[in-house]
Write a protein of this length. Structure first.
Length: 423
């Protein structure tokens, strides 16, 4: 009896899988072939991803002032960055699989609502510890939009079209880290650090108001309906996928280097070199354009993995020169030249590692995006307080060099992988 039922069961499962694939393909054609919706999709995914950048970048100019306001140490003030990163990582861990079960839009709306509430509450923080707790929930709330900006493109596209969309989003989104410190610096100078979080809450509210226009990208037939144990199995499958994890590791250590820079820069440029919060924002905004440039240049490579290799060596040249300068030269111009070289190389790495990882794990896009995001924020949460220990110039140089060595190790693994994105 069992043997006679097995073929029928397999046929039924195959038919269900075929129907599911057909439903998703129909949805992909519907969403992907509309030029007007494509333009809106790019815009909306950019602002979603920007929210994740704004969580840290916009208030970084106010870190020295907040340290004085709360009367705390540099490392404790930088802990707000770490708590935001932990929240971004934790949120993606939970919300990624949840979005595979209930769809992308409910997760989007819920996470944006949480962010708005946490941002408003943080304005009334009486101590640095209350503020840092609010930062945790801000990170969880912002994580929804941040990972969906990677997940939704993988729902709709694959191969080179996916690479083009993600690079386009990444390049345009260079405006976010470019503009966030400028806006944050102006707000901090004119309205104090509280004004920054009022602005962040307002920005998230606008994104929430536009959410009805955003169409669901995951067909109901493709959603996970089994027990929660399937989520664990899904994570296990991805974590044992060698190619996927190489791309994830590369993105993680490279993003950790970016976070180390974001954490150290306010104290180096403002405290050490004497820039105002507004001028600091302008400098950081200018630097961010090099990340955007590197992101777009990566598309010029026939094989995206080669963009990661070239980017890693460009980044290494900038970091080694920067480390020497931080110990010996003490020139803001040398600091800036080395930094833009490093950031350009990072842009190459971000586009290639993001796209290759999501293309590899697109059958489990929510979970894949979660792992990809978590990796960077785990590294970032560790390194941001470290750069504030002791002499910040020396601790930053050492942290940069360690992360660069790890990036080169991961790049070696990327180089050995088979050719990618032929279509």
């Amino acid at each position: 009896m069992e043997n006679s039922q097995t073929p029928n069961t397999n046929v039924a499962a195959s038919a269900t899988a075929a129907d599911s694939a057909a439903d998703q393909s129909a949805l992909q054609r519907k969403l992907g072939n509309s030029r007007h919706y494509y333009a809106f999709l790019v815009f909306y995914l950019v602002v979603l991803s920007a929210l994740g950048s704004f969580v840290n970048d916009m208030y970084s100019p106010a870190l020295p002032a907040m340290r004085k306001f709360f009367g705390c140490t540099v490392s404790l003030s930088q802990m707000g960055l770490s708590m935001g990163m932990i929240g971004l990582a934790l949120g993606q861990l939970i919300l990624g699989p949840l979005s595979d079960r209930i769809g992308r839009k409910p997760v989007l709306i819920g996470s944006l609502t949480l962010f708005i509430v946490a941002a408003v509450v943080s304005v009334f923080s009486p101590t640095i510890h209350v503020f840092n707790t609010c930062r945790l929930f801000q990170g969880i709330g912002a994580s929804g939009g941040y990972f969906l900006a990677r997940t939704i493109p993988a729902d709709v596209y694959s191969g080179r079209p996916l690479a083009k969309l993600m690079a386009l989003i990444g390049a345009i989104n260079g405006i976010a880290p470019a503009s966030a410190p400028v806006i944050g610096g102006v707000m901090a100078d004119d309205f104090g650090w509280r004004g920054i979080f009022v602005l962040l809450a307002g920005f998230a509210l606008i994104i929430l108001a536009l959410s009805p226009v955003m169409k669901e990208s995951l067909a109901k037939s493709r959603r996970v309906h089994g027990p929660l144990s399937q989520t664990i199995n899904g994570y296990r499958n991805l974590l044992t996928n060698r190619a996927f994890m190489i791309h994830v590791s590369l993105k993680g250590v490279a993003l950790g280097l970016l976070f180390a820079y974001i954490s150290a820069a306010p104290f180096i440029l403002q405290t050490h070199y004497g820039l105002s919060q507004t001028v600091y924002g302008l400098v950081i905004g200018f630097n961010a354009l090099f990340v955007a440039g590197g992101s777009m240049i990566a598309l010029k490579f026939k094989l995206l993995k080669n963009a990661a290799v070239v980017g890693a060596w460009i980044m290494t040249a900038g970091v080694v020169a920067e480390a020497i300068a931080l110990y010996t030269v003490h020139s803001i111009w040398i600091f800036e030249i080395c930094m833009v070289v490093m950031l350009f190389g990072l842009g190459n790495i971000f586009t290639s590692s993001n796209t290759l990882a999501m293309n590899e794990g697109r059958s489990q896009a929510g979970e894949a995006s979660s792992i990809l995001g978590i990796a960077g924020y785990i590294v970032g949460a560790v390194v941001t307080p470290v750069v504030g220990l002791g002499n910040i110039l020396h601790s930053t140089a050492i942290t940069f060099l360690i992360l660069t060595a790890l990036t080169l190790v991961c790049t070696r693994g990327t180089r050995k992988l088979a050719p990618d994105l032929q279509k």
